[in-house]
Design a protein around this ligand. Structure first.
Ligand code: ATP
Ligand code: MG
Length: 305
């Protein structure tokens, strides 16, 4: 049994007659303490995948399990950093984190909570911005608040949905290093969504590509066996880096880049039924006749666009 398991997970949206299958046959196993990056096309279903693990939505088919227990709703064992930071604009940095901490640790004293929140604000280097509101912060700072809020609830697994998406290259690199440092400090399990293969190679133990949608599925995992700490400048010349990149991009541009659409196709079945040998050859003196059926059936088939 793995720490996190997705078995044969399918998820679509929309009414039955106009349904879009977003994810199909998702198989994923993640071990405790692992840092896994999922890399995929925009719109393929990455947020949908994170939402399934977060318990915000349920799969149409298959199971999502954490430590062998099926996930059916959100819980404090999973900390999520959403793509759009989702901070409350009328609360300060401290208060935004406090809201989450109050929910998860209701029995703690005010003093204990304050020290805990301040520790995580310091972890993401935001102590000087402690009393600021989100509108007074840059995008990168907001993303750091969002990371601190998820960490402060001490989840068993951290789910990061493109946490660094909207940042410039320099801020992005700094935050990448911060997240890896935090992960190394207390070795929590991390699942990070990204659309940047290099970011995945810089940060993760393993990269799993997600094919293009609709009907997106996960491709073969690629292990990143580059020793840590990873040096951003040296890594470009590392043969292991080139090989991982080649495999992930190869899948995304090759097999994983083909869009699959499900179409409904009319099947015309043979019009003759086999002869029923159990019947006597003659019935009331007439000859046994072939029976006809004029019937059609529909089946769902997958085609590559
Ligand atoms: N609640 C919903 N209702 C209907 N369709 C949805 C819903 N959530 C997602 N979708 C559709 O599912 C597909 C995948 O969406 P999702 O947000 O998971 O993609 P993504 O890979 O995270 O994209 P991006 O990289 O842009 O963040 C899209 O076509 C989207 O329109
Ligand atoms: Mg998304």
């Amino acid at each position: 049994m793995s720490f996190l398991e997705l078995n044969n997970v399918h998820k679509g949206f929309g009414p039955a007659n106009a349904r879009t299958e977003v994810l199909r046959d998702i198989e994923l196993r993640i071990e405790e303490g692992e840092f896994v990056a999922i890399v995929g096309y925009s719109g393929a279903g990455k947020t949908t995948l994170i939402s399934l693990v977060a318990g915000l939505i349920r799969p149409d088919m298959g199971k999502v399990k954490l430590k062998g227990v099926e996930i059916t709703e959100p819980g404090p064992d999973r900390g999520v950093v959403f793509q759009n930071y989702s901070l409350l604009p009328w609360l300060t940095v401290f208060e935004n984190i406090q809201l989450a901490v109050d929910q998860v640790f209701p029995k703690w004293s005010e003093e204990q909570k304050r020290a805990h929140i301040d520790k995580y604000i310091a972890t993401v280097n935001l102590t000087p911005a402690r009393e600021k509101k989100p509108s007074e912060l840059s995008g990168g700072m907001r993303q750091r608040v969002s990371v601190a809020r998820a960490l402060a609830t001490e989840p068993q697994i951290l789910l990061l949905d493109e946490p660094l998406g909207a940042l410039d290259a320099l801020t992005r690199a700094t935050l990448q290093d911060e997240i890896v440092r935090i992960w190394e400090q207390d070795k929590r399990t991390v699942v990070m969504i990204t659309n940047d293969v290099d970011e995945g190679i810089m940060m993760a133990d393993r990269i799993v590509p997600l094919s293009a949608g609709p009907n997106a599925t996960l491709g073969p995992s690629v292990a990143v066996n580059i020793p840590r700490p990873r040096d951003r400048k040296a890594i470009n010349h590392d043969p292991e880096y080139k090989e991982v990149r080649r495999q992930v991009i190869g899948y995304l541009l090759g097999e994983g880049g083909k869009q699959r659409t499900a179409v409904s196709r009319k099947l015309i079945l043979p019009d003759l039924l086999p002869e029923d040998l159990s019947e006597p050859r003659t019935l009331y003196g007439t000859k046994r006749k072939p029976r006809r059926r004029s019937e059609t059936k529909r089946e769902q088939v997958e085609v590559e666009a």
